[in-house]
Ligand binder design. Structure first.
Ligand SMILES: CC(=O)N[C@H]1[C@@H](OP(=O)(O)OP(=O)(O)OC[C@H]2O[C@@H](n3ccc(=O)[nH]c3=O)[C@H](O)[C@@H]2O)O[C@H](CO)[C@@H](O)[C@@H]1O[C@H](C)C(=O)N[C@@H](C)C(=O)N[C@H](CCC(=O)O)C(=O)O
Ligand SMILES: Nc1ncnc2c1ncn2[C@@H]1O[C@H](COP(=O)(O)OP(=O)(O)OP(=O)(O)O)[C@@H](O)[C@H]1O
Length: 487
C-alpha cells in the first residue's frame, strides 16, 4: 500500500515528498511511532501533536498528515489537510479495508437510552441468528469477547479496527452508540449507516470541551442524518420540530403519538412473581404485541425503537417477541430477583434525574414499599449527594444509605451529606455504610410486595476505595444473599 491508496475521499495538498511511499499503519499517538506508519497530527484539547514531529520522524515515520505548514526532514512526505481528526477517520477506514461497508450499520444517538437501546438491538438481532458487534459506553462486544472503552464512541482508528474484527469474526451487523461529541470530533467521519436512530434530546454535555450550547449539541446529534440511509426518530420528543427540520434523509417516527410509523399502545406495567416488565402492542408499519422484561415507560420507547430498526433489518416478529421477553441488560433496570416476597432491581442511575425517573417508573408497579439502596461517589460533585438524598427522601418509602465508589473520601462524610438533604424531606431512612450489608438488609427485611432498587453502580464490577478497585458486583451480592437466606 502507498499513502496515495489511503487518501480516498480526503481533500488534501501534497506539500513535500512523494505519495508513492509504502505505508503499513496509521497512528495518532507519537508514542506508537515506527517505520511504515503515517502519523496524523491534530490540535487536541490539551496537546498539539504537530509538536511531536521531530520525535516521530526520528523513530522512522516517513509520512505526516498535518493541519498546517510544518518543518519536516527532507525525504519525509507531508500531506496537508484541513482537519487531522477527519483525516484520521478516512485513513483508518482505508487502512482496515473499509470494514464497515461489509456490515449492516446501525447508529444510535440521543441524550438517554443509547446504551439500553443498542443492547436491545443486539439481543434481538442475535436471537434472529444475525451475529452482531456492539460499541458503546459499556465497551465493545464481539462474540464472547469484550473490550473496555474510554469513550462512548471510540476514536475513529479504534472503530475501524473493531469493525475489521467484527467482519473477521463473522458479524453481519454492527450497532453502535454515536455521541454528539464523536460527531464534533469526526470520529465517525466517512462511516455510512444503514439506519440512524434518534432516541431523544435534552440539555446535557454542554460545557468546556463539550458543546457550547444546546443548539450546538442538537446540531451535532443531527449530523447522524447526513450519514444514514434512513432514520428513526422519537416523535414524542419535545424538540421534534427542530430535530426533523431540514432533515436530509427519509425518516419514520416512533412513539406513543397516533400516526407514528411505529406506535406503542395498550401499555401495561406487569409485576408478577416470575415476570416484571411492560407489555404493549406495536401498531403502524407492523402489528405485533410484545412483552419487555425490563420495567419502565422509557423502556417502552427503547424497546419500540429497537423493534422498529430490527424489523427493518428483516427480523421475524416471533424472534423479536422472544428476544424482548427474555431481555437482560447488565445493570440497566436489571431484574435480579423476583418472588412473592419482593422484586430486586439493579440500575446504573447515579444522578438525581435518573434516580427520579427510575423511582417514578417503579411506582407505576404499585409496590407495597419502594425501597432504594444508594450512596454517592467520592471526589465528585457534592450537589449530587444533596439532590439524590432529596429524591430518595421524597420518593422512596425507605432509603438505605450506603457506600458507592468512595474513592479518596470517607464513606461517613458522603453519607452525612446525603443525610443532610434527606432529613429535610422527612422521608424514612437508615444508614448502613457497608454496601454488601446494606443490600443484604434490604432483602432480609423485605415485606411481601416490596420493590428494592439498588442503584448507582449498575454493571460496574468493582468498588473503588482509596484508589483500589475491589471486586464488587451488586447483582452477585443479591444472588449470594438470596442463596444463603433461601427466602
Ligand atoms: C474533549 C474530548 O472529547 N477529548 C477527546 C480527545 O482528546 P484530546 O483532544 O483532549 O486529546 P489530547 O490529549 O489533547 O491529544 C491530542 C493528540 O495528541 C496525541 N498525543 C498525545 C500525547 C503524546 O505523547 N503524543 C501524542 O501524539 C493524542 O494521541 C491525540 O491524537 O480525543 C481523545 C481520543 O479520541 C478522546 O479520548 C478524548 O475524550 C475525552 C477522554 C473525553 O472525556 N471525551 C468526552 C467529552 C466524550 O467524548 N464524550 C462522549 C459522549 C459521552 C456520552 O454521550 O455520554 C463520548 O463519546 O465518550
Ligand atoms: N429512553 C429513555 N428516556 C429517558 N431516560 C432513559 C431512557 N432510557 C434510559 N433512561 C434512563 O437513563 C439512564 C441511562 O440509560 P442509558 O445508559 O441507556 O442511556 P445513554 O444514552 O447510554 O446514557 P449516557 O450517555 O449517560 O451513558 C437509565 O439508567 C435510565 O434511568
Amino acid at each position: 500500500m502507498t499513502i496515495k491508496d489511503w487518501l480516498e475521499g480526503l481533500s488534501y495538498k501534497l506539500v513535500q515528498g512523494s505519495l508513492d511511499v509504502e505505508v503499513n499503519e496509521v497512528i495518532y499517538d507519537s508514542r506508537k511511532a515506527a517505520p511504515g506508519a503515517v502519523f496524523v497530527c491534530m490540535k487536541g484539547t490539551k496537546i498539539d501533536s504537530h509538536d511531536f514531529i521531530p520525535q516521530v520522524t526520528e523513530a522512522g515515520v516517513r509520512v505526516l498528515v498535518t493541519e498546517h505548514p510544518v518543518e519536516a526532514p527532507a525525504g519525509v512526505t507531508v500531506v496537508e489537510t484541513e482537519n487531522g481528526r477527519e483525516a484520521l477517520a478516512l485513513l483508518s477506514a482505508a487502512r482496515f479495508g473499509y470494514p464497515s461497508r461489509k456490515l449492516t450499520m446501525i447508529g444510535v444517538t440521543g441524550t438517554k437510552g443509547k446504551t439500553t437501546t443498542t443492547h436491545m438491538i443486539k439481543t434481538i438481532l442475535e436471537t434472529a441468528g444475525k451475529k452482531t458487534g456492539m460499541i458503546g459506553t459499556n465497551g465493545v462486544y464481539i462474540g464472547e469477547e469484550h473490550f473496555p472503552t474510554v469513550n462512548t464512541t471510540p476514536e475513529s482508528y479504534d472503530l475501524h479496527r473493531y469493525f475489521a474484527k467484527m467482519v473477521e469474526d463473522g458479524c453481519e451487523c454492527c450497532v453502535m452508540e454515536v455521541s454528539s461529541q464523536a460527531m464534533k470530533m469526526h470520529r465517525v467521519a466517512g462511516i455510512h449507516f444503514n439506519y440512524g436512530l434518534f432516541t431523544n434530546i435534552s440539555p446535557d454535555h454542554i460545557g468546556k470541551d463539550e458543546h457550547a450550547d444546546f443548539a450546538e449539541y442538537l446540531y451535532y446529534k443531527k449530523q447522524l442524518f447526513h450519514q444514514c440511509d434512513r432514520a428513526l426518530i422519537n416523535v414524542d420528543d419535545e424538540h421534534i420540530d427542530e430535530i426533523v427540520k431540514d432533515i436530509p434523509c427519509p425518516w419514520t417516527g416512533f412513539g406513543l403519538k397516533e400516526g407514528a410509523g411505529f406506535q406503542a399502545e395498550n401499555i401495561h406495567y406487569v409485576s408478577e412473581p416470575d415476570f416484571v416488565g411492560v407489555e404493549f402492542d406495536i401498531k403502524g408499519e407492523h402489528q405485533i404485541p410484545v412483552r419487555v422484561s425490563i420495567p419502565g415507560k422509557f423502556n417502552v420507547y427503547n424497546a419500540l425503537a429497537a423493534a422498529a430498526v430490527t424489523l427493518w433489518v428483516g427480523v421475524p416478529a416471533e424472534k423479536l417477541q422472544h428476544a424482548l421477553e427474555h431481555l437482560k441488560i447488565n445493570g440497566r433496570m436489571e431484574i435480579v430477583y423476583t418472588s412473592e416476597k419482593c422484586c430486586v432491581i439493579v440500575d446504573y442511575a447515579h444522578n438525581a434525574v435518573s434516580m427520579e425517573s427510575l423511582l417514578a417508573t417503579l411506582r407505576e408497579y404499585h409496590p407495597k414499599r419502594l425501597v432504594v439502596v444508594f450512596g454517592c461517589g467520592g471526589n465528585r460533585s457534592r450537589d449530587r449527594r444533596y439532590s439524590m438524598g432529596e429524591i430518595g427522601g421524597r420518593m422512596a418509602d425507605l432509603s438505605i444509605i450506603t457506600a458507592d465508589n468512595s474513592r479518596f473520601e470517607k464513606v461517613e462524610d458522603i453519607i452525612a451529606d446525603i443525610r443532610g438533604s434527606m432529613e429535610k424531606t422527612g422521608g424514612k431512612f437508615i444508614e448502613i455504610p457497608d454496601r454488601k450489608e446494606a443490600i443484604a438488609y434490604s432483602i432480609t427485611h423485605a415485606e411481601p410486595g416490596d420493590m428494592i432498587a439498588i442503584i448507582g453502580k449498575g454493571h460496574e464490577d468493582y468498588q473503588e476505595i482509596n484508589g483500589v478497585r475491589y471486586p464488587f458486583l451488586d447483582r452477585a451480592v443479591v444472588e449470594e444473599v438470596v442463596k444463603n437466606l433461601s427466602i
